[in-house]
Write a protein that binds this ligand. Structure first.
Ligand code: ADP
Ligand code: F6P
Length: 324
């Protein structure tokens, strides 16, 4: 591997996540400090195909480290999942002199990065998603901010839930992954946590648990429900009808994806962005930056995509024991 890269591009793709701006800033400033030119690509792969490409310098990323969202905007792009779209994307990179590309996003975005690598563009993925569902990495940009935002919101709901001696069903994000639900479940002391990876659909068991804890004198009952299970409103109605306990549903929604990133998200995203540029400078391609066993590391994208990750059984058991 050798350093023969003169210009790199950077884009954000898939769902946005707080801390993406810190990663963009690190990519731009690290690259410039190493004598590279940087092109920003707006709106992910959709913007690449539309040639929404512009020159970036150190001032382009001034005053963004503290901001949520992504200043490069993000998008989902069906056309880029086709061989024709990918070939056109690689040609556009070549036309603009982009020899290396940093893709900040989730697994879907990494699949696009992998395709560009195979088409001769040195591409590095940086894990950005609030869902924490990238198998090769114990950290993903945005999870820490999202889970803290959700935790604070749930604390507030808990106050009013306790005052009214109600049950609250609180839906947090995570269509396929229950990490936000599990972490909030533990951090907020929820009585029940419903995770897409573990839920058996047994609503009667849930209702019995609510009745039992009511009998024990609990003043509220917090059910954290992951988006992947959904139907929080109808679940709340059923709980109220069967337990007699007044029940409200709250769907936290996209507020979990916004807001100023936490210190952890700013720092980890900054280091990962810089690490991605270092990889490009070493001539690497088709790799994803990750955090594992206390270190920043990188994996071949193919290997990273083949890895599996699941909710930790011990953590889930602890959450249940603490909810008594
Ligand atoms: P995330 O990156 O957060 O997982 P998505 O799954 O929505 O988000 O993927 C983001 C974008 O990555 C998609 O809109 C598409 O442009 C691109 N992408 C997803 N899957 C593939 C694929 N198999 N091949 C090429 N590009 C893909
Ligand atoms: O992947 C992040 C995430 O926020 C998921 O938790 C959620 O299911 C999904 O994106 C929602 O995406 P959108 O509302 O952008 O379609």
């Amino acid at each position: 591997m050798s350093n023969n890269i003169g210009t790199i591009g950077v884009l954000t793709s898939g769902g946005d996540a707080p801390g993406m701006n810190a990663a963009i800033r690190a990519v731009v400033r690290t690259a410039i400090s190493k004598g590279l030119k940087v092109k920003g690509i707006k709106r992910g792969y959709a913007g690449l195909l539309n040639e929404e490409i512009f020159d970036m310098d150190t001032t382009s990323v001034a005053d963004i480290i503290q901001k949520g969202g992504t200043v490069l905007y993000t998008a989902r792009c069906e056309e880029f999942t086709t061989a024709e779209g990918q070939a056109r994307g690689a040609e556009i990179c070549k036309k603009h002199g982009i020899e290396g590309l940093v893709v900040i996003g989730g697994d879907g975005s990494f699949k696009g990065a992998q395709k560009l690598s195979h088409l001769g563009i040195n591409t590095i993925g940086v894990p950005g998603t609030i869902d924490l569902d990238i198998a090769c990495s114990e950290y993903t940009i945005g999870f820490d901010t999202a889970v803290n935002t959700a935790m604070e919101a749930i604390d507030k709901i808990r106050d009013t839930s306790t005052s009214h001696e109600r049950c609250s069903v609180i839906e947090v994000m995570g269509r396929h992954a229950g990490y936000i639900a599990l972490w909030c479940g533990i951090a907020n002391g929820a009585e029940d946590i419903l995770l897409p990876e573990r839920y058996d659909g047994d609503e009667e068991k849930l209702i019995q648990h609510i009745k039992d804890s009511r009998k024990k004198g609990k003043k509220h009952h917090i059910v954290i429900n992951a988006e992947g299970i959904g139907h929080s409103q109808s679940l709340a109605k059923k709980i109220e009808a069967e337990t007699g306990m007044e029940t409200r549903a709250t769907i936290l929604g996209h507020m979990q994806r916004g807001g100023s990133p936490t210190c952890k998200d700013r720092v980890y995203a900054s280091i990962m962005g810089a690490y991605a540029v270092d990889l490009l400078c070493k001539g690497a391609s088709n790799r994803v930056v990750a955090y594992a066993n206390g270190e920043y590391v990188d994996y071949e994208i193919d290997e990273a995509l083949a890895m599996k990750k699941d909710i930790d059984d011990y953590q889930f058991d602890v959450s249940k024991n603490l909810a008594r």
